[in-house]
Design a protein around this ligand. Structure first.
Ligand SMILES: NC(=O)c1ccc[n+]([C@@H]2O[C@H](COP(=O)([O-])OP(=O)(O)OC[C@H]3O[C@@H](n4cnc5c(N)ncnc54)[C@H](O)[C@@H]3O)[C@@H](O)[C@H]2O)c1
Length: 461
């Protein structure tokens, strides 16, 4: 039997649903209903089978670094997740990286392993232009994964415009772009929103790598909020990184990474927005503990900070508060304090009668929930959860299967949404720099006051 044709109105709502799932559709308005996924649908890699079919799924990787091929710094490694998701269909047609030797080294490792079928015809190029010049029609990518450093993207300026290049050569191709979307000077924030609009207009299925949104624990929090019709009253975020394990000099240099809030705290700023809604940027206030203050000394840094200009050295602690458009209040403490390897991070979300506390999202997430009628917290654990797999898996499901199962997959972080997180992180950085400048000015004035020469006593009174 042929199914009845949907009415035009229904078709319209289905289209809207599809657009919502894809994350396309540019909106500048406030949205408190953010997309979410039923946590039971977030399945770890070993409990899933790769996407069926026989046709090749061509992918271009831009950047051959840690996020793409893994490192000792953390569990990230996109290539590994793509291999599991797409199985024999995965064909990495090109790796683009100006550091050709690094790209060739990772490629060799792959070709020496059991995933060789995805990489045996991969070619390495310094630029996307070079790839396009040599590309055959058979190699046209279905998806592009951007994991180059953010200082080379997020603008329309030559050399820092990879999204524009991808859209020019492959209009509408699906893009996965790592966070943060940029790390340029603050004046360029407007440009990121222009790129968001162009991406949306191109109809690209575009997802940004805020993978914590895909944690089962986070989706469980969303579920509790939605099922109980809660309005978030406050978000409290604390992010303490293990600085000893951060050996990249650029990370410690504000002129390169834009500082620890824009580069790293961004994950928790983004999660705060995911629960609290839009931030009133003008309300952001912040303080920092700086490298040259008595309490700011770190004994186990693995980079030589002496090589970084004093004005570009990063704060050790940043503490911020803000208002959401809903009236709710948010706070964040980011601390560069821990040694060893594991980070210590917590996010609390409170609403009338409820507290939801996410602990240790990077290592072993635990969710503590307190509900009306019970003075004690209930705890939930999520063994084997892999948000890096879930974000990739969702994105590919949408690329592959746009109409068939409208409830199955969602893009939880669009480029436009990520622009708002970027703007927010810059506001925190700027607020902390303003209060530091004010403190220095006050101290300077006090010193000047003390040191001001006392006029000699006049003999004439
Ligand atoms: N979501 C997460 O938890 C997570 C974890 C790690 C990294 N990241 C993000 O991934 C991005 C990359 O970080 P990483 O740790 O892989 O850095 P990395 O330094 O290890 O690797 C970056 C690679 O990009 C290459 N590159 C430089 N300029 C390029 C260009 N113009 N085009 C293509 N490649 C270029 C470099 O040569 C290098 O090989 C950053 O935005 C970072 O914040 C996210």
């Amino acid at each position: 039997m042929t199914p009845a044709k949907p009415s035009p109105a229904r078709r319209g709502s289905e289209l809207q649903k599809a657009r919502d799932r894809r994350g396309s559709g540019y909106s500048s308005g406030f949205s408190s209903r953010r997309p979410s996924i039923d946590p039971s649908r977030l399945v770890p890699m070993d409990k899933t089978t790769h996407v069926g079919g026989t046709d090749n799924f061509n992918v271009v990787f831009i950047g051959a670094g840690n996020i793409m091929f893994g490192s000792d710094e953390g569990p990230w490694n996109h290539s590994f997740r793509f291999e599991h998701k797409l199985g024999l269909r995965l064909k990495v047609v090109a790796i683009i990286d100006p550091a050709i030797e690094r790209a060739n080294a990772v490629l060799k490792k792959k070709c020496d392993s059991f995933v060789v079928s995805a990489y045996q015809n991969t070619r390495v190029y310094k630029t996307l232009d070079d790839f396009v010049k040599h590309m055959s029609e058979k190699e046209r990518p279905r998806a592009v994964v951007v994991g180059s450093p953010p200082m080379f993207r997020g603008t329309q300026q030559s050399g820092r415009d990879i999204e524009m290049q991808v859209m020019k050569y492959f209009p509408g191709v699906a893009m996965f772009i790592e966070k943060p979307i940029a790390t340029g000077p603050k004046v360029e924030i407007e440009e990121t929103f222009k790129i968001a609009k162009l991406i949306s207009d191109s109809n690209s299925i575009c997802s940004v790598g805020y993978m914590l949104r895909y944690l089962k624990a986070v989706q469980k929090m969303k579920q509790i909020i939605q099922e109980n019709n809660l309005i978030v009253m406050v978000t409290i975020a604390r992010y303490a990184c293990a600085y000893e394990a951060i050996a990249k000099p650029d990370w410690w240099d504000k002129s390169k990474s834009a500082g620890p809030i824009v580069e790293q705290g961004t994950h928790f700023c983004d999660l705060s927005r995911y629960f609290g809604g839009e931030v009133d940027i003008s309300s952001v206030a912040a303080h920092s503990l700086e490298w040259d203050e008595e309490a700011g000394h770190l004994s186990k840094m693995n980079v030589d900070e002496g090589k970084i200009a004093p004005e570009n050295r990063i704060p050790r602690v940043t503490a911020a508060t803000w208002k959401y458009d809903s009236g709710a209040v948010g706070s964040l403490v980011h601390a560069v304090t821990l040694q060893g390897r594991n980070y210590s991070c917590e996010l609390e979300v409170h609403a009338d009668g409820f507290s939801l506390k996410l602990v240790n999202p990077y290592v072993q997430p635990v969710l503590y929930v307190r509900k009306p009628g019970d003075d004690y917290e209930q705890s939930f654990t999520f063994p084997d959860d892999d948000p890096f797999f879930s974000e990739v898996s969702n994105w590919i499901d949408i690329i592959e299967d746009i109409e068939e199962n409208p409830e199955a997959a969602q893009i939880l972080s669009t480029y436009e949404d990520a622009c708002k997180t970027y703007e927010f992180t810059w506001a925190i950085r700027e607020a902390s720099e303003r209060s530091r400048a004010a403190t220095l000015a006050t101290k300077g004035a006090a010193t000047a006051f003390v040191e001001e020469p006392v006029p000699e006593e006049s003999e004439s009174y």
